[in-house]
Design a protein around this ligand. Sequence first.
Ligand code: GLN
Length: 285
Amino acid sequence: MKVREALMIGRKRLSDAGVANPALDSELILGYVLGKDRLKLLVYDEMSITKQQLECFNDLLALRCQSTPIAYIIGRKEFYGLDFYIKPGVLIPRPETEFLVEETLNVIYSIENPLIADLCCGSGAISVAVAVNNNRVRVYASDISDVACEVASTNIKLHGVQDRVSLMQGDLWMPFEEKNIRGFDVVVSNPPYIPKEELSTLPDDVKNEPQIALNGGTGGLEFYRRIVLRAPEFLKIGGRIIFEIGWNQARDVEIMLKETGFQDIKIIKDYAGFDRVISGVFCGL
Ligand code: GLN
């Protein structure tokens, strides 16, 4: 069978199953099976594929039809112009989260040797993207999940930023406390923030992502509360906290921040016009 025919079969199967981008996903999956870039496939679409390759392609199409996210099937996801290794058990980086990277880079631009904490770092996407784009930075990233730490560690090496990003496994501030690492210029975090009451209403693709990375407890606010409460022990005076938030969480998080000595609150909207990032400067208790 030719690449062109296989791509068509894939597209039809995915489209019949209601997958959102059937042509793109068919190309990504076949590209993965053949070890070729998606665009190469389109150029060499007369190339033949073997029976085994076709079988493998069909098995992976079946996974995609059952709502396995494409990033888990092909083992990677692009984020902030970089290629990240991804596997089931770790949250797939979202384009919205690039705003956190952008904001962090803006804040540290004028700082000589910025010290950053990335709590709930997941795949390490934020830490790595920041470190790749600022070579004076020192990032400490933490996550409680084994899979997240394994994936983050791979991504740190993949992008050659081991000298700037240190990974520490543990619950939120715990590893920082244990090693007595304090005085951060920026604390950045995309914690789990889906209200636990809403987890069952998530799209099927998202339901295949780890609950531990999504479940933000009551109102989705539990992690903001826990992080903000202890932030004064770890941030410099004048340091900034930068959170990703759900579309309706800005007010609640703003109140928490103000009650804990944060001022100069800034809210940034995402591409869809929803509040997505909130940040504030720690001015002392
Ligand atoms: N943005 C993710 C979603 O909508 C949630 C990520 C998170 O909880 N940190 O599925």
